[in-house]
Design a protein around this ligand. Structure first.
Ligand SMILES: *Cc1c(COP(=O)(O)O)cnc(C)c1O
Length: 364
């Protein structure tokens, strides 16, 4: 029993989804994005919760992530957002749905499903409207239509694009331009295809800032975990993730004595320290050491002192009444996660996905 645990709060996850649904029409479908271990949490556990809570689709980044969900009895349809051509056969084997973003990929996928004599295999098409990362361009539309129109082997389930700056009101003009470009791409497909695909362009911040463009479906990621890229929305969401551990040992070091690797901390007075079983291999970056961050012990702030070790950190508990085995909170609110992200000069998306798989996950 390792004491370092990342708790996942089911009720709050469900409440956050309800908050986003309240911003949408009832018939708008929702894709829950569970890539990268569901933003560093636990993709299987999160997907099991989502499966019971009226989510229409899951999305992962890579094929391997989708396979892991299938192996754990997740039966929702799963989009592989960054499907690689070399994985197309595996995608089919595990009933995953590729996002196809190039003519080369589309031709290869059609070749494979045709050879396997599969009927109406569900695929998704992604268009680049300004992010310039992955996607077809508008000029590809006629060539795509030639390949897919009346093709019995595939079914275009959805066509989508991704916004570059949906959280940034200063980029509203750019965002609207992306959306308008996408709308002009939709029309020829709606006309040519017998079954109208779902169209979608909004991520978390898109749902909040551009809900009039929700189309048929939206893609919710970081919002499920209580983050909305803007305090006014984040405040309306609930915290889902709590990282806690327990004190392994307490030491008292005298003035002039040092602590930890490279003797980075030297006591200027008699100092009581607590050693905690979490380190940089767990995702607690070395940048947080040397008084750059703190944890909570018995509701008091305990500053991280010395260098962060691979498996441990040491904190100053001189003024805290505590003993070995006491609970330590690394974070238990969005505020904490935002603060630590800031201390790391990054955003919650990166800090959360840094939390390593060594940390035990517990659904409550
Ligand atoms: C990650 C991702 C999302 C989710 O974005 P959030 O900002 O976390 O809601 C949606 N769509 C695509 C294509 C993504 O890669």
């Amino acid at each position: 029993m390792h004491p370092t645990i990342l708790e996942i709060n089911t009720d709050n996850l469900v409440k956050n989804i309800a908050f986003f649904k309240s911003k949408l029409h009832q018939k708008t479908k929702m894709v829950a994005v569970v890539k990268a271990f569901a933003y560093g949490s636990d993709a299987v556990s999160i997907s099991k919760i989502l499966q019971k809570n009226n989510i229409d689709y899951l999305a992962v980044a890579y094929t391997k992530e989708g396979i892991q969900l299938r192996k754990n009895n997740i039966i929702l349809p799963i989009i592989v957002l960054h499907a690689q051509i070399e994985n197309y056969k595996k995608i089919i084997k595990h009933s995953l749905e590729p996002n196809i973003y190039s003519l080369n990929g589309l031709k290869k996928f059609i070749q494979i499903v045709k050879k396997k004599n599969l009927k109406r295999y569900p695929i998704h098409l992604k268009f680049n409207t300004g992010l310039n990362r992955l996607g077809f361009v508008k000029e590809d539309v006629s060539e795509i239509l030639k390949l897919v129109k009346n093709n019995p082997n595939i079914s275009i389930k959805s066509i989508f694009s991704h916004l570059a700056a949906s959280e940034d009101s200063a980029e509203k003009e750019f965002t609207i331009k992306q959306i308008h470009l996408f709308e002009s791409i939709k029309n020829p497909f709606t006309e040519a295809l017998k079954n109208k695909p779902y169209y979608h362009i909004l991520n978390t911040s898109g749902i909040l800032n551009y809900s009039e463009y929700q189309m048929d479906m939206v893609r919710l990621g970081v919002g499920m975990f209580g983050f909305a890229n803007e305090p006014k929305f984040t405040n309306k969401l609930k915290n889902v993730l709590t990282l806690k551990t327990k004190i392994s040992q307490i030491h008292t070091i005298n003035k002039g004595e040092s602590l930890g690797y490279n003797r980075a901390f030297v006591a200027t007075k008699k100092t009581k320290t607590a050693t905690l079983p979490i380190g940089h291999a767990d995702g607690i970056s070395r940048k947080l050491g040397n008084k750059n961050s703190f944890v909570y012990i018995n509701h008091k702030k305990a500053t991280i002192i010395g260098n962060v070790c691979m498996d441990m950190i040491m904190v100053d508990v001189t003024n805290i009444n505590c003993k070995e085995g006491d609970e330590v909170i690394i974070f238990d609110s969005q505020k904490d996660i935002l603060r630590i992200s800031k201390e790391l000069n990054t955003i919650p998306y990166e800090f959360l996905t840094m939390l390593s798989q060594r940390i035990k996950r517990k659904v409550i």
